[in-house]
Design a protein around this ligand. Structure first.
Ligand code: BG6
Length: 471
């Protein structure tokens, strides 16, 4: 049997504004939550941006995007996922008028993509809430954020309606459960944040997301608007029914997010959860109707799977993408302890598709590793990153299996197609790219770009529409 990718499959790469643009206070940009997170999620935010924050300069994509987009084009990208930094468009978040220079930057960036036939895929909010909205309003806990987001969304939808077709409303929206500041701009420290406020904030995001779908379809009926969730298959640690039920309950914490986006209403298991935890979600008149504007597709990140168990003795937590969980004894892990499970990707693709029957889009997957820049026999600087090639190859083979299973998959964008600053640790030594960027955590480096071995490999994958994976 030969496995195949659909002929119009959207191959590409993904990044987020705050992790690569730099230029954190240039051309009218306001501060975002990321500008005060010099250590990612490892330490509490600082009062003001500090020089040790690698994101302030990032990889200077703001000034070098033309060179970078050209490299993406050389690999044959069909799609490029990036985000718009909300605080470039509305520096504080609550202004009435947008910042023209911020809008112009993305006009130029999208034009540059189209020059090479690359379709932009845009995340509207990727862990970069304007800081003012966090500090003055407590982020999404405050219902006013819906109005601010709506103004922002109307502005960018109108401005880019002929340049951007694919939109994602919130990056990894379920990560707010663990990371209220980074994900939801919630200033109240996590340990002081009540479940009531947390779930009310989530409700506000749901309403804002559904409003974006509604407004987007009114702005341009061709828009395809998706939600974006952090996916992490959860396996029961043993076949003991207690483990299976615990797994189901843990899973519900996450499926809640895609369920509301794809079905347009709150699932029964969450109503039970709210009752048992004394939570009452305040719905304003009209909210229920707005939620019925469901997404066109489900997009997600996939890096790893985890296990769940009801047995406290077995609850040994491993490291993991934002959420983490109980480690699986059968899997190897990356240098950062994220367990590698290509089959988990086939599993989650089937799980999503069985549940929603909506098109899917893998918008993040990849390996963060410590790369070594070397000079090859041709005298070129490169990275011999066979480990990255193997990782992506194994995952893509499972993607092809899922397509053969009948999953409707729109595309695949690898995370950090060019080296950028990591989200969880805010470090540059954790590299994901096909393109090496000469910049280091001590602030040194020329910012020069170099093609890694995986650059040529991915180019081949794209030009053969995936067939080279099976040679
Ligand atoms: C996802 C985020 O959680 O994982 C990205 O959407 C992030 O912003 C990526 O960079 C990888 O995580 P990290 O911490 O290795 O950068």
């Amino acid at each position: 049997m030969s496995l195949q990718f659909p002929k119009d499959f959207l191959w590409g790469g993904a990044v987020a504004a705050n992790q690569l643009e730099g230029a954190y206070d240039i051309d009218g940009k306001g501060w975002s939550t990321q500008d005060v997170m010099p250590n990612g999620i490892k330490t509490p935010p600082t009062e003001v941006p500090t020089e040790d924050n690698m994101k302030l300069i990032g990889i200077d994509f703001y000034h070098r995007y033309k060179e970078d987009v050209k490299l993406f084009a050389e690999m044959g990208f069909k799609v490029f996922r990036t985000s718009i930094a909300w605080s470039r468009i509305f520096p504080k978040g609550d202004e009435l008028e947008p910042n023209e220079k911020g809008l112009q930057f993305y006009d130029d960036l999208f034009d540059e993509c189209h020059k090479y036939g690359i379709e932009p895929l845009v995340t509207i909010s990727h862990y970069e809430t304007p800081l003012h909205l966090a500090r003055e309003y407590d982020g999404w806990v405050n219902r006013k954020l819906i109005g601010f987001y709506e103004r922002y969304v109307r502005t960018i939808f109108t401005r880019y309606k002929s340049k951007v077709k694919y939109w994602l409303t919130f990056n990894e929206i379920n990560s707010i459960l663990e990371l209220p500041f980074m994900s939801g701009g919630i200033n109240t420290p996590r340990e002081k944040l009540s479940k009531q406020d947390l779930y009310q904030a989530i409700h506000h995001e749901f309403v804002a997301s559904a409003l974006a779908v509604k407004i987007g379809h009114e702005t341009n009926p061709d828009f395809k608007i998706g939600c974006m969730v952090l996916s992490m298959p959860i396996y029961p640690m043993t076949p003991h029914p207690n483990d299976v039920i615990k797994t189901m309950e843990s899973d519900h914490k996450n499926t809640f997010f895609a369920d509301v986006h794809a079905r347009g209403y709150y699932p029964g298991y969450m109503k039970r959860f709210f009752k048992e935890n004394g939570i009452t979600i305040h719905f304003e008149p009209g909210d229920e109707e707005i939620l019925k504007h469901t997404v066109d597709f489900i997009s997600f990140s996939y890096y790893m799977s985890i296990c769940e168990t009801a047995d406290p003795k077995l609850q040994i937590r491993g490291e993991g993408n934002m959420i983490g969980g109980v480690a699986n004894p059968y899997l190897e892990a990356s240098d950062w302890g994220w367990q590698i499970d290509p089959q988990g990707l086939r599993y989650i693709l089937n799980a999503f598709y069985d549940r929603y029957q909506k098109p899917l889009f893998i918008v993040e997957n990849g390996l963060g590793a410590m790369d070594q820049l070397v000079t090859n026999e041709k005298g070129e600087k490169t990275v011999e990153d066979d480990y990255r090639i193997n990782y992506i190859k194994e995952h893509l083979i499972q993607v092809a299996e899922a397509i053969e299973d009948g999953v409707d998959l729109m595309g695949y964008t690898t995370w950090g197609c060019i080296d950028l600053v990591s989200a969880s640790n805010a470090e540059l030594k954790k590299r994901y790219g096909f393109i090496y960027v000469d910049r280091h955590d001590d602030g040194s480096g020329t910012l020069e770009r170099y093609r890694k071995k995986s650059f040529y490999w991915y180019k081949d994958v794209i030009s053969t529409n995936g067939n080279s994976l099976f040679e």
